[in-house]
Design a protein. Structure first.
Length: 409
């Protein structure tokens, strides 16, 4: 690729293919890890063809190797085997295809798989994907449950049957995918993304029966764990049996030991809830009855009080007392008035009797003469008084008295 091409001077196909092949040959040998998905080795052929797939993405690469290399593998390679291969990229000019010419194949053993899973576990834990604070609780009664599981599997049957047994009205949105092998992770990721986007799905269940470490390897995939952690919908993990613990169990919001447990966890038990409702209704009824009885007793006690038992009686008694007091007051006032009237009449009679008018009317008077020495002397008749004597008349103790004053007084 020394100079750029132009419409006037294009390269032929053979030139482009040859230059690509020359460029790829300069890459050298490399180590590649993946999962075997297809093995094509004819009995008398010297070359075998394999397909190496990325477990976390829909990407594959063609491998070529000698047939003797496959025959010498112990144990033999099978579809789904995790391997590490050493080879050199090769571009076949005639067909324009890229392949990897392999000279060594190493099967990834259980110990190495577990070590890689443990390293990934520590990495995800350090990033906080296992923290309880980020986990969400599934809804008490989901409107629709998303289920990702194998087609016609025992796990699907366990989840559906147990959930419907507990809550017959439960509705499921089932996505059947491969749960092991090279296509498991891409299919699970696609189903997970689809259910997470569905607004009617309130919770997602990932279920699979038990198996070996290799069988459950897809549920410890880093891409799947990060996708579950990024879901906005709560995710329930029900992978394998109680001893099995793929990384998905630690990332999911809820971990169930078995698919049966997930079927029981995702929805409530209608019998238990009905019984709980009856118990709550009984408690509410008893509480209400107790309150009504207390209030009724209070009303009865209030009604039994004299003021409420006979509300007009006190008023009548008070009215009678008021009438009695008013009558007594009237009689007392009349008695006082009569007494004072009698006293006034008697006083008036006495005054009339002893008054000067009555005395004069009878023609009688008591006349005293006060001499120069200040000693009064009774005048028996008017003739006893000297001519020119003046008389002063006054009432003393109810009697009319005439006092003779000296001349000049």
């Amino acid at each position: 690729m020394n100079s750029p091409t132009s419409p006037e001077e294009p390269w032929p196909v053979r030139t482009v293919s040859r230059k690509i092949a020359d460029w790829i040959k300069r890459l050298g040998t490399i180590w590649v890890e993946g999962q075997i998905t297809q093995i094509s080795a004819r009995p008398r052929a010297t070359t075998a063809f394999l397909t190496l797939r990325d477990p976390s993405a829909d990407v594959s690469l063609t491998l070529t190797c000698s047939s003797s290399l496959l025959r010498d593998m112990d144990p033999p390679l099978t579809d789904g085997s995790r391997v590490v291969v050493h080879g050199k990229p090769d571009f076949y000019v005639g067909r324009g295809t890229l392949s990897l010419r392999v000279d060594e194949i190493r099967a990834v053993g259980i110990g190495e798989l577990l070590a890689r899973i443990e390293r990934l576990r520590q990495l995800l834990k350090a990033e906080g994907l296992f923290e309880p604070a980020r986990k969400r609780s599934p809804p008490f009664l989901p409107g629709r449950v998303g289920l990702i599981t194998g087609r016609a599997s025992a796990a699907e049957h366990d989840v559906l049957s147990n959930a419907e047994l507990r809550w017959p009205a439960v509705r499921f949105e089932v996505r059947n995918v491969a749960v092991q092998g090279s296509t498991a992770v891409p299919q699970i990721l696609e189903a997970l993304e689809e259910l997470d986007r569905a607004p009617e799905v309130d919770v997602i269940v990932l279920a699979r029966g038990g198996g070996s470490v290799e069988d459950l390897l897809a549920f410890s995939d880093e891409a799947l764990c990060r996708a579950v952690a990024a879901c906005t919908t709560p995710v329930i993990s029900a992978i394998g049996h109680e001893p099995d613990s793929p990384l998905l169990d630690h990332v999911a919001d809820v971990r169930c030991s078995t698919p049966t447990g997930a079927g029981k966890r995702v929805v409530p038990d209608v019998a238990e809830e009905t019984q709980r409702i009856h118990q709550l209704r009984d408690r509410a009824r008893r509480a209400l009855q107790g309150w009504v009885e207390r209030e009724r007793r209070l009303l009865d006690s209030l009604r039994s009080r004299p003021s409420l038992a006979d509300p007009l009686g006190p008023l009548q008694r008070r009215s009678e007392q008021l009438n009695t007091l008013r009558e007594r007051s009237r009689r007392a006032v009349l008695t006082v008035l009569n007494t004072e009237q009698h006293s006034l009449t008697a006083t008036r009679s006495r005054l009339t009797t002893l008054g000067p008018a009555a005395t004069l009317a009878r023609g009688y008077a008591i006349v005293q003469r006060v001499g120069p020495d200040g000693v009064p002397a009774v005048i028996r008749s008017v003739g006893d008084a000297e001519p020119g004597t003046r008389l002063r008349v006054r009432v003393v103790d109810g009697s009319l008295h005439a006092v003779v004053a000296d001349p000049g007084e």
